[in-house]
Design a binder for this molecule. Structure first.
Ligand SMILES: [Zn+2]
Length: 503
């Protein structure tokens, strides 16, 4: 009987954020050993996909460690060490009885001491498992995937949708390829091409033109004879690392030339579309967005979804401040990270009035706390399984949370930092989503799966925060020359060359 080890270490690291991400953030949702099947079977997650394919093919599994937390600041060195050590030592334990390893990595993890800890982890795994031990990795579409990291694996597959509604599907693709390799049916060879650009996350929605059309070409290329899989990684713009940038990765069956040609063709396609990719949707300053929302609401178009997309700490107050200044019908702010306010609301109890300095504490760009007065409408621990199309079925535990309602604005404050991407915050806190004219989210693309069908309009709000569409204001220090638009715009022929020595 075939036996596969399953593990993962997943984090999308915003290197600019001042607070490091510690072990505790990963341990909150970490699962180990037999716990992995119990936690993820039937969920729309990469592990859910791994497990489904293993089940369907009568493959035994050995769970290593699956650790993950929401995007945040650089992973602290000791946390990284502990998590990587555990994965490596558990893998060592199963080395002789497992036939292969299914691993889930994000692709954009970073720490202050190591700009590519995923590569380091893969190197360590290669050292203990050996050159020929089959390793297949499933990654996020937002990965910064350089050749040194990718080539440590035998197979790399990534999400093709953002919102990532295809997490389980990607896990299944990855696992199926590994099993076919083990059965001797295929000889996967990989090639990658990098166009020398990085996309701000807000422009990575795969149903929005022109990325939509390019993704259709990726999907078509993946069905070519001789090609086993193709992924277009958009890169992650908020990790200031040498490997920043988009990647097209093709897996072919034994034909390296075909893999190279496929990756290069799609990479050139991406580069050619760069300007259109950067103008995929209009951006609004907060008050301009509220002007536009006022017009839309007057026309009966509701709810208007406002995206404070540049917020990477889930607590920015730029938009909340503007809403408070303006008075805009009935507005909801689901999931504002503020453990102190959540605790204060819990202590005060449902029905009490509370005046609190809300949010804006995660960095100096978060807008600062705003004074907010309201009635506590809900207070209690929030723990539930996600009902929306993104990460369906996965259990999340937000700890104590509360609804503080000023009458005009209802804010859901949480103890754990999380981005609201579906309508669960409303149902879980006893709010009727239909009651709201304005819904202020902090998502980039994932909200689209749940909100596009119900939103009257979606407006993207650009705020002076750590995840803006305009990358020029960010203090990059580690990006090499030739990454559009940060260090240079590639010349018209699309070839990145002729770099100045002084960068
Ligand atoms: Zn992603």
């Amino acid at each position: 009987m075939t036996r596969l080890a399953i593990g993962g270490l997943v984090h999308e690291t915003v290197t600019f954020l001042p607070d490091e991400t510690g072990l505790e953030a990963f341990e909150r949702g970490a699962v180990r050993g037999e716990g992995i099947a119990a936690a993820y079977t039937g969920t729309n997650t990469v592990y859910g996909g791994f497990l489904k394919t293993c089940q369907e093919n009568d493959v035994a599994i050995e769970g290593l460690l699956c650790a993950e937390c929401a995007p945040s600041g650089p992973v602290a060195g000791p946390a990284l060490q502990a998590l990587a050590d555990e994965i490596v030592s558990r893998a060592t334990l199963w080395r002789d009885s497992a036939d292969g390893l299914l691993l889930h990595l994000h692709g954009a993890m970073a720490s202050r001491g190591d700009p590519d800890p995923e590569r380091t982890l893969l190197l360590r795994l290669r050292q203990v498992l050996g050159e020929n031990f089959p390793i297949a990795v499933a990654m996020d579409l937002h990965g910064n995937v350089g050749i040194d990291k990718a080539m440590l694996a035998d197979i790399v597959c990534g999400f093709r949708h953002s919102p990532h509604t295809d997490m389980a599907e990607t896990g299944e693709r990855t696992a199926r390829l590994l099993l076919r390799k083990l059965a001797g049916e295929i000889k996967p060879v990989m090639a990658l091409a990098r166009p020398g650009l990085v996309l701000p996350s807000i422009f990575t929605a795969t149903d929005v033109s022109p990325l939509h059309e390019i993704m259709q070409e990726v999907n078509a290329a993946a069905k070519q004879p001789g090609i086993l899989d193709v992924t277009l990684f958009t890169g992650f713009a908020y990790a200031d690392v040498p490997e920043i940038g988009a990647t097209v990765l093709a897996v072919a069956d034994g034909d390296e030339g075909l893999a190279i040609r496929t990756a290069e063709r799609l990479s050139a396609r991406l580069l050619e579309a760069r300007e259109a990719l950067y103008n995929a949707a209009p951006l609004y300053e907060p008050h301009d967005a509220l002007d536009k929302a006022t017009t839309l609401l007057a026309e009966g178009i509701r709810p208007v979804v406002l995206l404070e997309h540049a917020d990477r700490g889930n607590d920015s107050t730029h938009l909340l401040q503007a809403l408070l200044e303006r008075g805009m019908g009935r507005a909801a702010v689901p999931y504002l990270h503020d453990p102190i306010a959540a605790q204060a609301a819990a202590s005060a109890g449902v029905g009490s009035q509370l005046m609190t300095a809300l949010g804006g504490k995660s960095s100096e760009l978060a807008g600062g706390p705003v004074l907010f007065t309201g009635i506590v409408k809900f207070a209690g621990p929030l723990r539930y399984r996600i009902s929306g199309p993104y990460r369906t079925g996965e259990e999340i535990d937000l700890g104590p949370a509360a609804v503080i309602d000023s009458g005009a604005i209802a804010v859901i404050v949480t103890t754990k930092s999380i981005t609201a991407v579906d309508t669960d915050p409303f149902t879980q806190c006893g709010l009727d989503i239909n009651e709201f004219d304005i819904i202020a989210l902090r998502s980039k693309t994932h909200f689209r799966a749940a909100y596009e069908p119900i939103a009257g309009a979606i407006l993207i709000v650009e705020t002076p925060d750590w995840g803006p569409a305009d990358l020029f204001g960010l203090p990059y220090r580690n990006v090499p020359p030739g990454i559009y638009p940060i260090t240079m715009a590639p010349p018209d022929d699309g070839k990145v060359d002729g770099l100045d020595d002084d960068g």
